[in-house]
Design a protein around this ligand. Structure first.
Ligand code: GTP
Ligand code: MG
Length: 521
């Protein structure tokens, strides 16, 4: 297909392959989960149903992505460990991280009503995610030991905190009681004041949950004599274990030994430098425009399964737009967004300090919120179509150093929209008129814009330029400041009222940006 003069903007995208032999972990954790848990009235400090939902989503992730061989989670977090030799998306960190966090959020939203049949999910949720690289198996072992010790520390603390609050103490009083207390003192407090033996609390609270793959024999069918036919199948298995980083547990799991290897020693103390490396995060360059581009994963298949109209399904596009509006409402640092087909680009202001400009945090929070919103809003746009499986989106962050280059980036996406839409309109008209897909393809090979327009007019009496403007130009969403946003005379800052606008403007032309000078100011 034709290429545009704006293609050069692609060169700003950076490679983020995690080199062999690093082991790759993707860790996700609920973003603002306390608020989500308050809104949905989850039990404190642990809600068994919410934990079961997290575990069920993690099992779905392991089934969806066979390269993930082990996972460990507690509370609102989960870590997913890839097999040593994974080639998943060429080991590109952003792809791996974003797909998993997106899929997890979609599944969470889809499965919510299974676990909370009497509670409606009131708002989309999002997870923060990051990739953690482990240079050796020993480092992975230290990582797991660290996460499990965090599970223990946080659970003991939260159990005490909530018992104190439930017994009538104010938040301030409860925090004072707990300040500086050691493990032993907390255990005693629970026992003496509340008659709770911490060790008798459910394992899932104290130890977290592991889900990993096992090979198990499964009866697939019976032959004509009623004899069962068995096959080896990968199956996720969940267990709770006190020492997931211990040799006893790890070396007893065949599948983990095969895909990752054995633990040679026991961890005595988690080294501080390891923990620092687990927390390491790349920051995006300051004073540059940040674009987060998300793109539907295998939407070719998704649109077939859900029988989207070809080449453009108005409702599918409206759903994408509605999710993007929700993203702008939630994340105030986004100043502009542009969407077409199964993709959306979100532009963050140049001076944004959102998540201290940490790429994976920004990408994950946006892509997971979008995915959750997509599932939540599905029935509003397709009341008569069932969502057959949870969709997922990948995401990346790219920095553009000047406003001109950012505008060229957006122009590149809109030109792409035009090229694809014109091609697809011709292609599907030819197919609908009786040509095979390969005939239609060869018919269009090498044709220019003008020829395609002529073909549409001549053969199908369609004037390309009169097609719905959303199909021709894609959708732009941005904020404009409301009337009462004028700075008051006394010069104090007030909450600036902003309106979110959806338009199908030509953003290639300078005139659009001149008409709306405040968007990229
Ligand atoms: P990856 O993004 O690489 O995972 O592949 P993909 O299958 O998602 O393809 P890509 O992102 O390159 O293109 C998006 C695809 O989504 C299109 O090729 C279409 O098949 C499909 N799609 C998007 N919007 C519509 C629509 O409105 N109607 C129909 N029928 N299909 C659509
Ligand atoms: Mg796609």
């Amino acid at each position: 297909m034709a290429k545009s003069k704006y293609e050069y903007v692609k060169s700003f995208e950076v490679e983020d392959e995690v080199m062999q032999p690093n082991l790759i972990i993707v860790r996700i954790e609920g973003c603002n989960f306390e608020r989500f848990s308050d809104i949905h009235d989850l039990e404190k400090p642990n809600d068994e149903k919410a934990l079961a939902l997290m575990n069920s989503c993690a099992a779905a992730v392991l089934e969806e992505y066979p390269d993930i061989v082990f996972s460990y989670g507690f509370n609102d977090e989960y870590s997913f460990v890839f097999k040593r030799k994974t080639k998943f998306y060429q080991r590109r960190a952003s792809k791996m991280m974003s797909l998993i966090v997106s899929f997890f959020s979609s599944v969470y939203t889809t499965k919510w009503k299974e676990f909370f049949p009497l509670k409606e999910m009131k708002c989309p949720l999002s997870f923060l995610a990051r990739v953690v690289c482990c240079a050796s198996l020993e480092v992975l072992q230290a990582y797991l030991a660290w996460r499990q010790s965090e599970c223990h520390i946080r659970n003991l603390y939260n159990t005490c905190l909530w018992m104190l609050l439930k017994s009538g103490k104010s938040a301030k009083e409860a925090l004072e009681v707990l300040e500086g207390t050691q493990k032993q003192e907390k255990n005693e407090l629970l026992f003496q004041q509340f008659g709770i033996n911490y060790r008798m609390l459910p394992e899932i609270f104290r130890q977290g949950s592991c889900i990993f793959m096992t090979q198990a024999e499964d009866v697939v069918k019976h032959d004509e004599h009623g004899i069962p036919i068995k096959r080896m199948r990968r199956k996720p298995r969940m267990i709770h274990n006190e020492h997931i980083a211990g040799r006893n547990f790890w070396n007893g799991q065949q599948y983990l030994l095969m895909e990752l290897g054995p633990f040679d020693n026991e961890i005595k103390k988690i080294k501080a430098e390891y923990v620092r490396s687990f927390l390491f995060e790349n920051k995006l360059m300051p004073s540059t425009w940040i674009v987060i581009r998300i793109d539907g994963c295998h939407f070719h298949r998704f649109s077939e399964v859900h029988e989207f109209e070809k080449p453009n399904d108005r409702q599918a596009l409206n759903l994408m737009n509605s999710c993007a509006v929700a993203v702008l409402e939630e994340f105030k640092d986004i100043v502009f967004s542009y969407g077409v087909s199964d993709e959306y680009s979100f532009v963050l202001s140049k001076d944004s300090k959102f998540y201290q400009r940490q790429a994976s945090q920004i990408v994950s929070v946006i892509v997971s919120f979008f995915s959750s919103a997509y599932v939540m809003k599905w029935k509003d746009f397709f009341p008569f179509k069932e969502l057959k499986y949870p969709p997922s989106f990948d995401g990346r962050a790219v920095c553009y150093p000047s406003t001109e280059i950012l505008q060229d980036y957006l122009a590149w996406r809109q030109v792409d929209c035009h090229i694809n839409n014109q091609y697809n309109t011709c292609f599907w008209m030819l197919v609908k008129s009786g040509k095979s897909k390969s005939e239609a393809q060869s018919y269009l090979k090498g044709t220019q814009t003008r020829e395609k327009n002529e073909l549409l007019i001549r053969q199908f009496n369609i004037d390309y330029n009169t097609l719905p403007i959303m199909f021709l130009r894609g959708s732009s969403i941005f904020r404009i400041k409301g009337e009462d946003s004028v700075m008051p005379e006394n010069g104090t800052f007030e909450e600036v009222k902003q309106e979110i606008i959806l338009s199908h403007s030509n953003i290639i032309e300078d005139s659009f940006w001149k008409e709306h000078p405040s968007i990229l100011c």
